[in-house]
Design a protein around this ligand. Structure first.
Ligand code: AMP
Length: 192
């Protein structure tokens, strides 16, 4: 089994790259952003709560996010591992994930792959995605700025925790999509 944390700021290409990794390594993707959007679309209680944070570009509270992730992880799957996309985003979530995978899967996190993209390009990519995605949090410059700010103030500490465990690997997330995938594959193959 291989369990990958795909890490990086909003717009760094986590969702795009996750698709290639899923196929190559037969993994199940768990994207907390997608799960929140599913709940928002279906107007669930969780969706209404999450929307109040997402629309401001803020993080949804840890416990709500962690509980949602546990539910998803417990669902049966035939895949050979997981790819966590957009989770963990805080130190609390990182520690919780470690505990959850140990308890539910009896496995550790294998690697944290971090996509590095400069801020200016992130903003450009998110605004462009907003033209077609219909995502309210992609279409407003202030919300985008807030999301990037949240990333630096809360999420960057996640990298530190994986660095301490020797599981943190940076990959430049700029260039051809396929070229970036190849770099990610190479890092995964090193630890397989
Ligand atoms: P994403 O699709 O990963 O860019 O996430 C969209 C939004 O969902 C974020 O800006 C947060 O408001 C919320 N979100 C997604 N994942 C998390 C998480 N792990 N912790 C807290 N909030 C999250």
């Amino acid at each position: 089994m291989i369990n990958i944390v795909l890490f990086g700021p909003p717009g760094s290409g986590k969702g795009t790259q996750a698709q290639f990794l899923i196929e190559k390594y037969n993994l199940k993707q768990i994207s907390t952003g997608d799960l929140f959007r599913y709940n928002i679309k279906n107007n669930t209680e969780l969706g209404v709560l999450a929307k109040s944070y997402i629309d401001k570009g803020e993080l949804v509270p840890d416990q709500v996010t962690i509980d949602m992730l546990i539910d998803e992880l417990k669902k049966p799957t035939t895949t050979e591992g997981f790819i966590f996309d957009g989770f963990p985003r805080t130190a609390t979530q990182t520690k919780a994930l470690e505990k959850i995978v140990a308890e539910v899967l009896n496995q550790p996190i294998s690697i944290c792959l971090s996509l590095i993209v400069e801020d200016q390009l992130l903003v450009e990519r998110l605004l462009k995605r907003g033209e077609t995605s219909g995502r309210t949090d992609d279409s407003n410059k202030e919300i985008i700025a807030n999301r990037i700010q949240e990333y630096y103030s809360k999420t960057a500490e996640v990298a530190e925790l994986y660095k301490q465990q020797g599981k943190y690997v940076e990959v430049i997330g700029v260039g051809e999509i396929e070229e970036i995938s190849q770099k990610l594959f190479a890092e995964i193959d090193k630890i397989k």
